[in-house]
Write a protein that binds this ligand. Sequence first.
Ligand code: UT7
Length: 329
Amino acid sequence: MSDMNYAEIVGTGHSVPERILTNFDLEKIVDTSDEWIVTRTGIRERHIADKDTTASTLGTEAATQALEKAGMGAEDLDLILVATVTPDMPFPSTAAIIQKKINASKSAVMDISAGCTGFIYGLSIADSYIKTGIFKNILVIGVEVLTKITDWTDRSTCVLFGDGAGAVVLRATKERKGVLGTYIKGDGRLGELLMMPGGGSRNPASEETVAHRLHYLKMSGNEVFRFAVQAMGDASRAILETTGLKPEDIGMLVPHQANLRIINATAKRLGLPPEKVYINIDRYGNTSSASIPIALDEIRSNGNYKKASPLLLVAFGAGFTWGSAAISW
Ligand code: UT7
């Protein structure tokens, strides 16, 4: 027991759209092959939202499950954080839209734009509010509907992404468990490697921006790859240092699921065996800020989940951003 508050994870949830798009389906859309996608990325299939499914649809489903498992009512929430780069609309925030849908009228609401590192940023912000005693109950959602900003004529990006949402409910406790530490970083000089140039105040929507395909995600995959391997290593090392954990203490590495080769390089640096590395990229593709909370819910739904503790979460993404967290169940 100590005077400090810890942010305990009391509930998790996740939601993905029903429709599955396989690599073989993609072979019919662009010049690609299942073999290329599997060997270069590890992805076999991804879930795709239909026209009526938005970030708030998936986020609400994940949040409802997480609250239910936490045994907490939405009215108990002090803060809702939503990490996303594919909000329902630029404003109001998707957090506000989800607040209305789940009836959490007493909470503050905030969206976070940190690309695929968004969930770790959310966890870090939530942890700070709980540690300082400002808030007690916080919902953090990572949700992305990247297929809505995917250019289906660009084979270098359209094979990579999938849609989904994951959510965690955090509650203040005096026991040392839950979030043991977080680490977040950014480098805006690398911003142009991964962006959606249209739709903001620089390139407001016009016939011209549509004609120039500015409302789609653009990425320099190769450069992102090189940076990612470095950033994932840096963030993993940093969180081990700040928490005093050693690689051999880690029960499970839960990396952002962007590319199996990046995940394997990160695990190798830490000297972790395959059974201690969580992988679901084959089933979901890259779901950006949703990838880590989806994994957390899958891990927690296994009866033996407490054995996989502490967990090291690590991610990188648009911004550029990168970060990590250590959590225990
Ligand atoms: O969450 C953060 C977001 N982004 C990422 O994490 C992405 C990080 N980057 C990557 O994962 C990899 O760079 C990619 C998977 C995007 C690409 O893999 P790569 O090994 O870096 O391939 P490459 O870009 O060097 O391309 C190799 C070849 C090229 O052909 P040539 O020039 O060698 O003839 C590409 O045109 O593969 C070609 N190519 C494809 N071929 C079949 C690119 N995309 C495809 C495709 N199917 N879908």
